[in-house]
Design a binder for this molecule. Structure first.
Ligand SMILES: Nc1nc2c(ncn2[C@@H]2O[C@H](COP(=O)(O)OP(=O)(O)O)[C@@H](O)[C@H]2O)c(=O)[nH]1
Ligand SMILES: [Mg+2]
Length: 219
């Protein structure tokens, strides 16, 4: 009983910090994405391609959640955008207060798009709102076609599902249509994109989606 109360309190505190963040991002006109996937699905790689494609037209920034190392933030800083690593020291997800702390730095207060790469897993990040406009779940074709139904919470809450590494489809058993059907059964309004940063497939659709969403936020 006590454990349930503590968990509820933690989530309530997170909700209130997330609402404040959402208000601030709305005022600033910043589109905020919360990217969630297993480790190695290709979150940072997709962000790298996105940054290279959009950095001249938009002001971009990224927050990178990880248990340890600055590697992902380094990868994005090398491309010339402000990126900060949030080290959770073992926790399996980011929370809204960690994001709020980063907003003390002016570079993160009002970009056009703020990418938040969550800690790699399909479970804990699902319950923690970060004040984002929408969650993006990534699933690479090497992870198995049963994953949406195995991890239904994240696939039903993410507005966008991005299948990654489509260049590897010839080498694995991954029935794209079966995966699409699972995702749509969980969330009939989900956007479903099939991408590869190696071949470039689907990347233009992803960039178009971001620009459409940014436009929608600023109306
Ligand atoms: N073949 C292929 N490999 C990819 C693709 N995207 C990422 N990778 C590889 O997958 C590995 C993990 O990628 P990373 O972006 O670090 O994943 P993250 O842990 O989700 O951020 C790296 O070795 C990438 O080069 C892709 O589209 N095709
Ligand atoms: Mg990464």
């Amino acid at each position: 009983m006590k454990e349930i109360d503590v968990r509820r309190r933690v989530l309530e505190e997170n909700e209130s910090a997330a609402s404040e963040l959402r208000r601030r991002f709305k005022e600033a006109g910043t589109l905020v994405l919360n990217l969630i996937s297993s480790p190695g699905s290709g979150k940072t790689s997709l962000l790298e391609s996105t940054v290279v494609a959009l950095r001249e037209r938009f002001v971009l920034a990224a927050l990178e959640g990880d248990i340890a190392t600055e590697r992902d933030a380094d990868r994005l800083r090398q491309l010339g955008i402000p990126a900060r690593q949030i080290l959770t020291g073992g926790a399996c997800h980011l929370d809204a207060r960690q994001v709020r702390r980063e907003l003390e730095d002016a570079a993160f207060q009002a970009p056009d798009i703020l990418f938040i790469e969550n800690v790699g897993n399909l479970v804990c990040p699902t319950s923690y709102d970060l004040g984002e406009d929408f969650k993006v779940v990534l699933l690479s074709v090497t992870e198995g076609e049963d994953k949406p139904f195995k991890y239904p919470s994240i696939f039903s809450r993410a507005a966008v599902t991005v299948i990654t590494k489509s260049d590897l489809l010839p080498y694995v058993d991954f029935d794209l249509e079966a995966v699409r059907a699972q995702v749509l059964a969980l969330n009939s309004r989900a956007d479903f994109l099939v991408t590869s940063v190696k071949s470039g497939e689907g990347v233009p659709d992803w960039l178009a989606l971001l620009q459409r969403r940014l436009g929608g936020k600023r109306i």
